[in-house]
Design a protein around this ligand. Sequence first.
Ligand code: SAM
Length: 480
Amino acid sequence: MYNPSARKAEEFINHEEILETLQYADANKNNLPLIETILKKAEPRKQGNGYVCSGLTHREASLLLACEDETVNQKIFQIAEQIKLAYYGNRIVLFAPLYLSNYCINGCLYCPYHLKNKHIPRKKLTQEEVVAEVIALQDMGHKRLAIEAGEDPVNNPIEYILECIKTIYSIKHKNGAIRRVNVNIAATTTEEYRMLKEAGIGTYILFQETYHKAGYEALHPTGPKSDYAYHTEAMDRAMDGGIDDVGLGVLFGLDKYRYEFAGLLMHAEHLEAVHGVGPHTISVPRVKPADDIDPNAFDNSLSDEMFLKLTACIRLAVPYTGMIVSTRESEQVRSRMLQAGISQVSGGSRTSVGGYTEKDRPHDTEQFTVSDERTLDDVVRWLMENGHIPSFCTACYREGRTGDRFMALCKSGQILNCCHPNALMTLTEYLEDYASEETKRIGYRLIEDELKKIPNPVVLERATAHISDIKNSCRRDFRF
Ligand code: SAM
């Protein structure tokens, strides 16, 4: 029985409800008057200084996804961009993954780290190696990491993860510092989530891989991850353990995308219903080639066009949720995704254990083949050339503006007086410390233009003064 407020996976991700949703979408996909009302509902509306959005239910969004009308599709992309600009402005947050260990006792059929894969060396970073990797990441200019590890209670117990987090936060190298460590590790207990919270993590990220229970069980034949309910209920345990920000995701390509799309939105609705706040982020990874993995073995790949539309439809459904695209996607696809509502991208990523300290990209422990191999400097310049502000800001978390408090900031329209100047100040730090001459030139021109958008004169004055201080090598830990 479908119940978004239930705590049992099979009730909030209810198979029958998903099938009925898909039937409803098929039955109504040519019902243009109904689609018009849904599009109207999705549009951001001006309210006071800010914007409000209603979002869409999984049924409404599934109907938009099913509709093949070209004009409707264009309208979906248009609204996705409007929502992105209303809530996040033209800022794009940057991060990089850091692989700690590829030891894993699971049998996931799509992942090269699966237990039976004997082709790959198994590696786990020592604390000295964590330091070296983090210094390499800081020297690129990164301030925000997502740590990744296989599931192995003997080799990667929670104590190891906590020790790595402590090490990462302790490294102050030149002007570098990692200010936010997001964590992508296997589903665990409320007690261990509490420990992660106490260690000061940012978002806890866990991809569902697939919401289709039978498909999930076939793809995860062995190991602790094979328990569908335990995996699906992980975000509830994380929030019970005090973690405010959780990040959802599906590994697109494993199962039918329309099913996954409905399941993903039902998961977001469930978190909102039970915990009063939806997911902080949604990631949209697609399955990629890797050692021992041929993505063609999964019969559910979706075209770039449909992938882009699906991203835009998520943006309409959950307007306050950050959306992440990784280097699994090429520069070309990522460029288009930026117009479909994406708010965070990774840059300069290496997906192997110890990859950042190697001169050439190592492939032996790579989790998947990266399609965007550009350096962080290239990615920063590319974002600016396309009218975006690359942001290294992490102030919200330090100020406690997470979860529902972050959403309140979006709704009150204070983003331009807060996140916007913070983004410009952190970009200035990046330009001064790490950028190439060309990136610096483009960056300073952009900052000059963007400062003009700050509405509050006091904020403008302080931001301008602070940017000038940074340029004169005077650093203060100041954010709005
Ligand atoms: N071991 C943890 C878990 O089970 O959730 C951490 C996740 S793993 C390091 C990060 C994610 O990479 C997985 O959740 C999966 O979605 C993704 N992944 C695994 N194999 C992949 C592949 N061949 N192509 C693209 N992404 C892949």
